[in-house]
Design a binder for this molecule. Structure first.
Ligand SMILES: Cc1ncc(C[n+]2csc(CCO)c2C)c(N)n1
Length: 223
């Protein structure tokens, strides 16, 4: 096998990924200059996102063809529902948002688009596309967390815990595991299957970018 397909699609999506790294929302987490209302917006929307991401993994458990993948997806689902969502609730409390607010705020256009795409892909597309659609979430956050953690820390940065969470080597391992699964499925998929996987990876990458941008602009429905 020559080049890993995960590296091929990462290269194809490079302009989108670099636009995430240089996005004022992401930069602002590192410099502590991100306005609080943008972070509060992100937290509430991300809470809604995680619920559907857990559903996506649940569908992944049902559709995986081997026990090892099922087990990993099951563990991930549990981590999101117990660890990551609890963390969001505690961040929310810290940033003045109640749990009922977390649960009752409507999805923004970007959140609606992203979660609908994930669930549609998980139900209507093949398993390789499901994995391709979920990969930018895991891999992107790990890459962003690590890059932010490499910068000199700003004293009293209110977002320091956020950076620490996603810079954790455990997330990097998780992203690597997902890349390995993606590569295996790509090698089994054939040319047209690989094209669809690349398309799903690109769409989720764009939606990841939009998720930051929506929080930066406090985006709402136009009508
Ligand atoms: C829009 C959005 N994209 C990615 C993540 C990060 N993330 C969500 S679930 C998961 C896997 C295990 O916890 C990771 C890394 C996020 N929070 N919000």
């Amino acid at each position: 096998m020559t080049e890993r397909f995960s590296q091929v699609v990462r290269q194809q999506a490079d302009a989108i990924w670099e636009s995430q790294h240089s996005h004022p929302f992401v930069r602002g987490l590192g410099t502590a200059e991100l306005p609080l209302p943008c972070f509060q917006y992100w937290l509430v929307q991300d809470y809604r996102f995680l619920i559907d991401y857990a559903r996506l993994l649940g569908l992944g458990i049902a559709r995986a063809s081997d026990l090892a993948t099922m087990t990993q997806f099951a563990e991930l689902t549990r981590t999101i529902l117990s660890v990551e969502m609890t963390l969001h609730r505690s961040y929310a409390a810290q940033f003045g948002i109640s749990t009922s607010q977390l649960e009752s705020t409507p999805k923004s256009p970007a959140t609606q688009a992203y979660t609908d795409f994930l669930i549609r892909t998980a139900t209507c597309a093949d398993f390789g596309e499901l994995v391709a659609a979920l990969l930018p979430c895991m891999w992107g956050f790990s890459e962003i967390g690590q890059r932010l953690a490499q910068q000199p820390a700003v004293p009293n940065n209110p977002y320091a815990d956020w950076i620490r969470t996603y810079a954790d080597p455990e997330f990097a391992q998780l992203a690597q595991w997902c890349c390995g699964l993606f590569d295996r499925l790509a090698s089994e998929a054939g040319e047209s299957g690989r094209l669809r996987m690349a398309e799903a990876f690109l769409t989720s990458s764009r939606l990841e970018w939009w998720f930051w941008d929506a929080a930066w602009k406090l985006e709402t429905w136009p009508i």
